[in-house]
Design a protein around this ligand. Structure first.
Ligand SMILES: Nc1ncnc2c1ncn2[C@@H]1O[C@H](COP(=O)(O)OP(=O)(O)O)[C@@H](O)[C@H]1O
Ligand SMILES: [Mg+2]
Length: 247
Protein backbone atom coordinates (compact mmCIF):
# COMPACT_ATOMS: atom_id res chain seq x y z
CA UNK A 1 0.00 0.00 0.00
CA UNK A 2 1.40 3.41 -0.94
CA UNK A 3 -0.61 6.53 -0.34
CA UNK A 4 1.75 9.40 0.30
CA UNK A 5 1.62 8.88 4.06
CA UNK A 6 4.82 6.94 4.01
CA UNK A 7 7.51 8.89 5.81
CA UNK A 8 10.67 10.00 4.04
CA UNK A 9 12.76 6.89 3.50
CA UNK A 10 15.45 8.18 5.78
CA UNK A 11 13.14 8.90 8.73
CA UNK A 12 15.54 8.05 11.54
CA UNK A 13 14.40 5.57 14.17
CA UNK A 14 14.34 8.11 17.03
CA UNK A 15 12.29 10.57 14.97
CA UNK A 16 9.87 7.80 14.03
CA UNK A 17 9.44 6.99 17.72
CA UNK A 18 8.69 10.65 18.55
CA UNK A 19 6.24 10.88 15.65
CA UNK A 20 4.46 7.69 16.68
CA UNK A 21 4.35 8.69 20.36
CA UNK A 22 3.35 12.34 20.08
CA UNK A 23 1.77 12.56 16.63
CA UNK A 24 -1.93 13.06 16.16
CA UNK A 25 -3.41 9.68 15.40
CA UNK A 26 -6.13 9.50 12.79
CA UNK A 27 -7.84 6.26 11.84
CA UNK A 28 -7.90 5.87 8.04
CA UNK A 29 -9.20 2.31 7.84
CA UNK A 30 -9.22 -1.12 9.35
CA UNK A 31 -7.00 -4.05 8.41
CA UNK A 32 -9.43 -6.82 7.62
CA UNK A 33 -7.22 -9.90 7.62
CA UNK A 34 -6.40 -9.58 11.30
CA UNK A 35 -7.51 -11.55 14.33
CA UNK A 36 -7.29 -8.55 16.64
CA UNK A 37 -8.68 -5.10 15.90
CA UNK A 38 -6.01 -3.48 13.75
CA UNK A 39 -6.43 0.04 12.43
CA UNK A 40 -4.53 1.61 9.57
CA UNK A 41 -3.75 5.17 10.73
CA UNK A 42 -1.77 8.27 10.10
CA UNK A 43 0.35 9.93 12.75
CA UNK A 44 1.05 13.61 12.15
CA UNK A 45 3.44 15.89 14.01
CA UNK A 46 4.74 19.29 12.92
CA UNK A 47 3.67 18.73 9.33
CA UNK A 48 5.31 15.33 9.05
CA UNK A 49 2.98 12.36 8.58
CA UNK A 50 3.61 8.65 8.67
CA UNK A 51 1.35 5.68 8.13
CA UNK A 52 1.09 3.30 11.05
CA UNK A 53 -0.92 0.46 12.55
CA UNK A 54 -2.77 0.93 15.79
CA UNK A 55 -3.93 -2.06 17.80
CA UNK A 56 -5.96 -0.97 20.81
CA UNK A 57 -5.72 -3.30 23.81
CA UNK A 58 -9.54 -3.25 23.99
CA UNK A 59 -9.62 -4.95 20.58
CA UNK A 60 -7.38 -7.85 21.59
CA UNK A 61 -8.97 -11.26 21.18
CA UNK A 62 -8.59 -13.21 24.45
CA UNK A 63 -6.19 -16.18 24.27
CA UNK A 64 -6.10 -19.18 26.63
CA UNK A 65 -2.36 -19.09 27.10
CA UNK A 66 -1.75 -15.35 27.53
CA UNK A 67 -3.15 -12.95 30.14
CA UNK A 68 -5.80 -10.63 28.67
CA UNK A 69 -4.80 -7.18 27.49
CA UNK A 70 -1.04 -7.79 27.33
CA UNK A 71 -0.44 -8.29 23.60
CA UNK A 72 0.35 -4.62 22.90
CA UNK A 73 3.03 -4.61 25.59
CA UNK A 74 4.54 -7.80 24.17
CA UNK A 75 4.74 -6.13 20.75
CA UNK A 76 6.62 -3.19 22.26
CA UNK A 77 8.87 -5.57 24.21
CA UNK A 78 9.70 -7.40 20.95
CA UNK A 79 10.60 -4.06 19.41
CA UNK A 80 12.82 -3.26 22.42
CA UNK A 81 14.75 -6.52 21.99
CA UNK A 82 15.06 -5.99 18.23
CA UNK A 83 16.34 -2.45 18.82
CA UNK A 84 18.83 -3.74 21.39
CA UNK A 85 20.29 -6.21 18.88
CA UNK A 86 20.99 -3.32 16.50
CA UNK A 87 19.45 -5.43 13.74
CA UNK A 88 16.31 -3.27 13.39
CA UNK A 89 14.09 -6.22 12.52
CA UNK A 90 10.89 -4.84 14.04
CA UNK A 91 9.43 -1.52 12.83
CA UNK A 92 9.43 1.25 15.47
CA UNK A 93 6.64 0.38 17.94
CA UNK A 94 5.28 2.37 20.88
CA UNK A 95 2.61 2.11 23.55
CA UNK A 96 0.22 5.03 23.66
CA UNK A 97 -3.31 6.25 23.99
CA UNK A 98 -5.42 6.50 20.84
CA UNK A 99 -8.98 7.00 19.61
CA UNK A 100 -9.93 3.51 20.87
CA UNK A 101 -7.87 3.69 24.05
CA UNK A 102 -4.40 2.51 25.03
CA UNK A 103 -2.69 0.32 22.49
CA UNK A 104 0.35 -0.27 20.36
CA UNK A 105 1.28 1.91 17.40
CA UNK A 106 3.79 0.70 14.84
CA UNK A 107 5.26 2.31 11.76
CA UNK A 108 3.64 1.01 8.59
CA UNK A 109 6.03 -0.77 6.24
CA UNK A 110 5.29 -0.72 2.52
CA UNK A 111 5.82 -4.25 1.30
CA UNK A 112 7.14 -5.41 -2.03
CA UNK A 113 4.09 -7.24 -3.34
CA UNK A 114 6.16 -8.97 -6.03
CA UNK A 115 8.05 -11.07 -3.48
CA UNK A 116 6.76 -14.65 -3.24
CA UNK A 117 6.48 -15.28 0.51
CA UNK A 118 6.42 -19.05 0.01
CA UNK A 119 9.88 -18.83 -1.48
CA UNK A 120 11.11 -16.10 0.83
CA UNK A 121 10.53 -18.17 3.98
CA UNK A 122 12.60 -21.03 2.54
CA UNK A 123 15.69 -18.94 1.83
CA UNK A 124 18.77 -20.32 3.57
CA UNK A 125 21.32 -17.73 2.58
CA UNK A 126 19.48 -14.71 3.83
CA UNK A 127 21.24 -12.98 6.71
CA UNK A 128 18.18 -10.95 7.73
CA UNK A 129 15.91 -13.96 7.85
CA UNK A 130 18.49 -15.80 9.91
CA UNK A 131 18.66 -12.88 12.33
CA UNK A 132 14.87 -13.00 12.61
CA UNK A 133 15.14 -16.70 13.54
CA UNK A 134 17.51 -15.73 16.38
CA UNK A 135 15.25 -12.90 17.52
CA UNK A 136 12.28 -15.29 17.55
CA UNK A 137 14.19 -17.76 19.71
CA UNK A 138 14.96 -14.97 22.21
CA UNK A 139 11.43 -13.55 22.35
CA UNK A 140 9.85 -17.04 22.20
CA UNK A 141 7.68 -16.13 19.24
CA UNK A 142 4.59 -18.30 18.98
CA UNK A 143 3.41 -17.01 15.62
CA UNK A 144 6.11 -16.45 12.98
CA UNK A 145 4.02 -16.98 9.86
CA UNK A 146 5.02 -16.02 6.34
CA UNK A 147 2.55 -13.14 6.45
CA UNK A 148 4.34 -11.73 9.48
CA UNK A 149 7.42 -11.09 7.36
CA UNK A 150 7.34 -7.88 5.36
CA UNK A 151 9.85 -7.63 2.49
CA UNK A 152 10.43 -4.08 1.24
CA UNK A 153 11.41 -2.84 -2.20
CA UNK A 154 14.76 -1.83 -0.68
CA UNK A 155 15.41 -5.51 0.04
CA UNK A 156 14.88 -5.32 3.80
CA UNK A 157 12.69 -7.75 5.72
CA UNK A 158 10.73 -6.69 8.79
CA UNK A 159 9.01 -8.94 11.30
CA UNK A 160 5.57 -7.94 12.62
CA UNK A 161 2.78 -9.20 14.85
CA UNK A 162 4.64 -10.01 18.06
CA UNK A 163 1.62 -10.24 20.36
CA UNK A 164 2.16 -13.87 21.29
CA UNK A 165 5.73 -13.67 22.54
CA UNK A 166 7.61 -13.89 25.87
CA UNK A 167 5.44 -16.69 27.26
CA UNK A 168 7.13 -18.41 30.22
CA UNK A 169 6.65 -21.76 28.46
CA UNK A 170 8.54 -22.63 25.28
CA UNK A 171 6.22 -21.80 22.41
CA UNK A 172 8.50 -21.17 19.46
CA UNK A 173 6.28 -21.62 16.41
CA UNK A 174 7.76 -20.51 13.15
CA UNK A 175 8.14 -21.18 9.46
CA UNK A 176 11.89 -20.49 9.79
CA UNK A 177 13.32 -23.86 10.85
CA UNK A 178 15.89 -24.10 8.02
CA UNK A 179 18.82 -23.53 10.41
CA UNK A 180 17.54 -25.78 13.23
CA UNK A 181 20.46 -27.58 14.88
CA UNK A 182 23.03 -25.58 12.94
CA UNK A 183 25.66 -23.45 14.68
CA UNK A 184 24.71 -19.85 15.32
CA UNK A 185 26.68 -17.42 13.20
CA UNK A 186 29.58 -15.63 14.93
CA UNK A 187 27.60 -12.44 14.51
CA UNK A 188 24.60 -13.95 16.30
CA UNK A 189 26.81 -15.13 19.17
CA UNK A 190 28.33 -11.65 19.57
CA UNK A 191 24.89 -10.09 19.48
CA UNK A 192 23.53 -12.52 22.07
CA UNK A 193 26.48 -11.80 24.37
CA UNK A 194 25.70 -8.09 24.12
CA UNK A 195 22.01 -8.78 24.66
CA UNK A 196 22.82 -10.84 27.76
CA UNK A 197 24.65 -7.85 29.25
CA UNK A 198 21.90 -5.46 28.20
CA UNK A 199 19.15 -7.52 29.83
CA UNK A 200 20.96 -7.01 33.14
CA UNK A 201 20.93 -3.28 32.35
CA UNK A 202 18.78 -0.86 30.37
CA UNK A 203 17.03 -3.50 28.23
CA UNK A 204 16.03 -5.45 31.34
CA UNK A 205 14.67 -2.30 32.94
CA UNK A 206 12.60 -1.56 29.85
CA UNK A 207 11.31 -5.13 29.65
CA UNK A 208 10.30 -4.99 33.33
CA UNK A 209 7.94 -2.14 32.44
CA UNK A 210 6.27 -4.29 29.79
CA UNK A 211 6.44 -7.91 31.02
CA UNK A 212 6.34 -9.81 34.30
CA UNK A 213 9.49 -10.49 36.33
CA UNK A 214 9.17 -14.17 35.43
CA UNK A 215 8.85 -13.43 31.73
CA UNK A 216 12.00 -11.28 31.81
CA UNK A 217 13.85 -13.95 33.78
CA UNK A 218 12.84 -16.59 31.22
CA UNK A 219 14.03 -14.34 28.40
CA UNK A 220 17.42 -14.10 30.12
CA UNK A 221 17.43 -17.87 30.45
CA UNK A 222 16.60 -18.36 26.76
CA UNK A 223 19.58 -16.17 25.85
CA UNK A 224 21.80 -18.21 28.21
CA UNK A 225 20.54 -21.43 26.66
CA UNK A 226 21.21 -20.18 23.14
CA UNK A 227 24.73 -19.15 24.11
CA UNK A 228 25.39 -22.46 25.85
CA UNK A 229 24.21 -24.59 22.92
CA UNK A 230 25.43 -22.11 20.28
CA UNK A 231 22.98 -23.65 17.82
CA UNK A 232 19.67 -22.59 16.34
CA UNK A 233 16.89 -24.23 18.37
CA UNK A 234 15.16 -27.35 17.14
CA UNK A 235 11.41 -28.07 17.40
CA UNK A 236 10.64 -29.29 20.92
CA UNK A 237 8.13 -31.93 19.89
CA UNK A 238 5.54 -30.97 22.50
CA UNK A 239 4.17 -27.95 20.72
CA UNK A 240 3.18 -27.56 17.04
CA UNK A 241 6.37 -26.24 15.47
CA UNK A 242 4.77 -24.43 12.55
CA UNK A 243 1.93 -21.91 12.85
CA UNK A 244 -1.37 -22.78 11.23
CA UNK A 245 -2.07 -21.46 8.69
CA UNK A 246 1.62 -20.91 7.89
CA UNK A 247 0.85 -17.72 5.89
N1 LIG B 1 3.80 -2.42 10.59
C1 LIG B 1 3.09 -2.91 9.57
N2 LIG B 1 3.36 -2.51 8.30
C2 LIG B 1 2.64 -2.98 7.26
N3 LIG B 1 1.62 -3.84 7.37
C3 LIG B 1 1.29 -4.27 8.61
C4 LIG B 1 2.00 -3.83 9.77
N4 LIG B 1 1.43 -4.42 10.85
C5 LIG B 1 0.42 -5.17 10.38
N5 LIG B 1 0.32 -5.09 9.04
C6 LIG B 1 -0.67 -5.75 8.17
O1 LIG B 1 -1.84 -5.99 8.92
C7 LIG B 1 -2.10 -7.39 9.03
C8 LIG B 1 -2.64 -7.69 10.41
O2 LIG B 1 -1.67 -7.30 11.36
P1 LIG B 1 -1.15 -8.32 12.46
O3 LIG B 1 -0.07 -7.62 13.20
O4 LIG B 1 -0.83 -9.64 11.85
O5 LIG B 1 -2.45 -8.39 13.38
P2 LIG B 1 -3.16 -9.56 14.16
O6 LIG B 1 -2.62 -9.48 15.55
O7 LIG B 1 -4.59 -9.20 14.14
O8 LIG B 1 -2.86 -10.85 13.44
C9 LIG B 1 -0.77 -8.04 8.74
O9 LIG B 1 -0.91 -9.34 8.25
C10 LIG B 1 -0.18 -7.10 7.70
O10 LIG B 1 -0.72 -7.36 6.44
MG1 LIG C 1 -1.35 -11.60 12.36
Amino acid sequence: MTDGLTPPKALPEDEALVLLTLGELEVEGQVLDSSNTTFYCSATLDGVAAACVYKPMAGERPLWDFPDGTLAEREVAAYAVSAATGWALVPPTVLRDGPAGEGMVQLWIDTDETVDLGRLVRRRNDATLRRIAVLDAVINNGDRKGGHLLPTVEGRIYGIDHGVTFNVDDKLRTVLWQWAGEPLTAEAVDTLIALRADIDGPLGERLMELLTTREVRRTRRRIDRLLRSAIHPEPSGDWPAVPWPPF
